[in-house]
Write a protein that binds this ligand. Structure first.
Ligand code: ADP
Length: 327
């Protein structure tokens, strides 16, 4: 065959993964990993009767709720989407953290110090819940403070060797990404969420190339309301167009602060140019949601707990839920 070998291997591995979603951001520190983790939490706690709004549903082949009757009951949604409401099963979510700049997913999910094990056919992910599996470069480090030097895979074993170091030199990230996509044993999965490094780089290009024949649903782009962040999002969107990666939508994070006492919203990062809303209108992209600043998000993440179950009624948790759930 004229298909390069890893692409074919990855395509085969991905036949058990229904939907693949990349999470992108123009800049670091805008909340991309926090969002990826909470999208995973929310989808995994989602019954099979519920679906991601604006994202493909777990039981469908690419249908989105927006293509269904919006005000329909769950059963109507099911009927419209070819969803089988008689079969109730949990949504299975896989979260892959390839943010080599600073893998923060293990900390956010309370999985610091966890390690991956090699199974007969690859690497076993780490499970947060029965239906939420995680793989992160962080698991391959003994200490979350250590940087890592990657040595290429052994010729036959395909197992990656990493060595601790305080300097990152000559890191073959692409090789790591390839191995993550090819060698992790996810099993049957509804959603694979890939937390990517900030910006657009060769790593992004290779993820898109590696997954191309397996099919990627698209990208969700995270930004803050600030113009500095939005400018980089525009670059991100141009990248997506160039590599024919559909943009599922944009999330505006740190979008105002709701005072817990008076309930008024203050703009901490005033959107001088209209924020993500204006940009989305201009570029004809869906704004999937606005998540306010909430110091309890940082606290939950530092403690490795789900903010959504920690403070479910907070405006930020409600904003997260309304992005993800179709209820
Ligand atoms: P990125 O992955 O884009 O680099 P992170 O997800 O690591 O960003 O988030 C950066 C910091 O901002 C973290 O300390 C996180 O807890 C915090 N954070 C993210 N979103 C919010 C929010 N809506 N409110 C308050 N803090 C947030």
């Amino acid at each position: 065959s004229d298909v390069p070998e890893p692409i074919e291997e990855i395509r085969q591995k991905m036949t058990s993964v229904k939907h693949k979603i990349l999470v992108l951001s123009g800049k670091g520190g805008v909340g991309k990993s926090t969002f990826s983790a909470h999208l995973a939490y929310a989808l995994a706690s989602d019954g099979s009767k519920e679906k991601a709004r604006g994202l493909p549903g777990p039981g469908s082949d690419g249908d989105t709720l927006s293509q269904c009757t919006r005000d329909s009951s769950i059963d109507l949604v099911s009927a419209n989407c070819g969803y089988n409401s008689a079969v109730i099963r949990q949504t299975v979510v896989a979260l892959l953290d390839v943010d080599i700049c600073g893998p923060s997913i293990p900390r956010i999910l309370g999985l610091d110090g966890e390690q991956v094990h090699q199974s007969g056919s690859g690497w076993s992910p780490v499970y947060v819940e029965d239906n939420l599996a995680v793989m992160s470069i962080g698991f391959l480090l003994s200490s979350p403070d250590d940087a890592v030097i990657w040595r290429g895979p052994k010729k036959n074993g395909g197992f990656l060797h990493c060595f601790m170091s305080h300097t990152v030199a000559d890191v073959p990230q692409i090789s790591m990404i390839k191995q993550f996509l090819r060698d992790v044993d996810w099993g049957e999965v509804d959603y694979l969420i890939v937390d990517t490094p900030p910006g657009t780089s060769d790593e992004h290009l290779s993820i898109v190339q590696y997954l191309s024949s397996a099919g990627i649903d698209g990208a969700v782009i995270i930004t803050t309301p600030q113009e500095v962040s939005l400018q980089d999002v525009r670059k991100e969107i141009r990248f997506c167009k160039k590599v024919k990666l559909p943009v599922l939508g944009v999330i505006e994070n740190m979008s105002g602060f709701v005072c817990p006492k008076c309930k008024n919203t203050s703009q901490i990062f005033p959107p001088t140019t209209g924020g993500a809303q204006r940009m989305c209108e201009e570029l004809d992209l869906p704004l999937l949601g606005k998540i306010p600043l909430d110091p309890r998000i940082g606290k939950s993440c530092d403690e490795g707990k789900s903010f959504l179950s920690d403070v479910p009624d907070s405006p930020a948790a409600v904003a997260y839920q309304s992005i993800v759930l179709s209820k």
